[in-house]
Design a protein around this ligand. Structure first.
Ligand code: GLY
Length: 337
């Protein structure tokens, strides 16, 4: 399924639903995007508002939303429109997929991260404690509608957050996509609809080949094994790190491991490592928390039989999934970050 850039189909859907659509927002998207969204579709849709932030992606927030749906007598024909970033689409998708054994949901992403990644592909879920996305399922949204002007409400830090996933897509796609994306020193001015759709198309193509992540789709986890573990360690330490910032550091680690394990050209790896370093700095607390990061890696969803499975590169455009890495190899790479 390809993302749309106009609201026509969504409008028909809402009109046909006869008041059974609900817009899930967090406090920020309720403030900055909800009225704009209602104007764009020229319809008023009932909002359900949750607190903002990754810490809200838990079962308590699900209960809150399920209860709102029950209070409103939402039936099997109801639909949730997730208006927000990755937290809103992940939790809203999960609530929809489980409410009365499944109702429809639509994603209208408002952050760059959600536009290029989280809103597409049907991954829904919540965190368990500090472990990311431990509970969830894959259920495709009814549709995804992109409206790039929503990005104007975002601070630069959040644009960089999404840019890390765009960089991942380009690395997976090959040298041409990578050169095109890394051409400009300042990443933000180029974030228009065309560039976003190009990056998203790389993900859409991978998901179309393997929607349930039985094999090929695993390559989208490039940089995420160590990235997620860094996010876990951050939460344990009460430190802040955005998903894209953690993934950027995770991609540096994966590039270095690719050189070590798959004979990926060291100079080629350094080109992108240096580019990432020029945009994302490693927080100081990481060096003192290697053990926490390694413990979190052991909990990674992609592991099997106690082995750590990572996505590495034989070359740009040639990712290899399920490469078994040892704890010693990972510990060595963490020291080099
Ligand atoms: N964010 C990775 C995926 O959707 O598979």
């Amino acid at each position: 399924m390809k993302a749309k850039t106009d609201f026509e189909e969504l409008i028909s859907f809402v009109q046909y639903s006869k008041g059974q659509c609900y817009v899930l927002c967090d406090e920020n998207t309720f403030k900055h995007c909800y009225e704009v969204f209602c104007q764009l579709i020229a319809l008023k849709v009932q909002p359900i508002v949750i607190k903002a932030g990754e810490a809200q992606k838990n079962i308590a927030t699900c209960e809150f939303i399920w209860q709102k749906l029950i209070d409103n007598k939402a039936d099997k024909n109801a639909c949730i429109i997730n208006l927000g970033g990755g937290v809103v689409s992940d939790i809203g998708g999960f609530v929809a997929a489980t409410y009365k054994r499944g109702i429809k949901y639509i994603n209208v992403p408002t952050s760059l991260l959600a536009m290029v990644d989280a809103a597409t592909g049907g991954k829904t879920g919540i965190n368990l404690g500090h472990f990311k996305n431990m509970i969830g399922l894959i259920q495709q949204p009814e549709m995804v509608v992109l409206h790039a002007p929503f990005l104007n409400t975002l601070p630069k830090k959040h644009l960089k957050n999404g840019f890390a996933e765009m960089l991942k897509h380009a690395i997976l796609n090959g040298k041409d996509a990578l050169n095109e994306l890394t051409l400009n020193k300042d990443i933000t001015p180029q974030l228009n609809e065309k560039v976003i759709l190009k990056s998203l198309a790389i993900k859409e193509d991978i998901v179309a080949q393997d929607p349930q992540e039985k094999g090929h789709r695993k390559i989208l986890n490039f940089g995420h094994t160590i990235g997620h573990a860094i996010e876990y360690a951050a939460q344990e330490n009460g430190c802040e790190i955005l998903h894209g910032e953690a993934v950027a550091i995770g991609m540096i680690a994966a590039l270095k491991l690719s050189v070590l394990k798959l004979e990926f050209d060291c100079n080629e790896a350094d080109l992108v490592i240096n580019f990432i370093r020029s945009h994302f700095s490693k927080p100081a607390w990481i060096s003192a928390n290697h053990n926490k990061i390694i413990n979190a890696i052991l909990q990674d969803k992609k592991n099997s039989n106690q082995e750590i499975n990572m996505v590495l590169l034989a070359d740009y455009g040639k990712p290899v999934f399920d490469v078994v890495c040892t704890l010693d190899e990972i510990a060595k790479i963490l020291l080099e970050l």
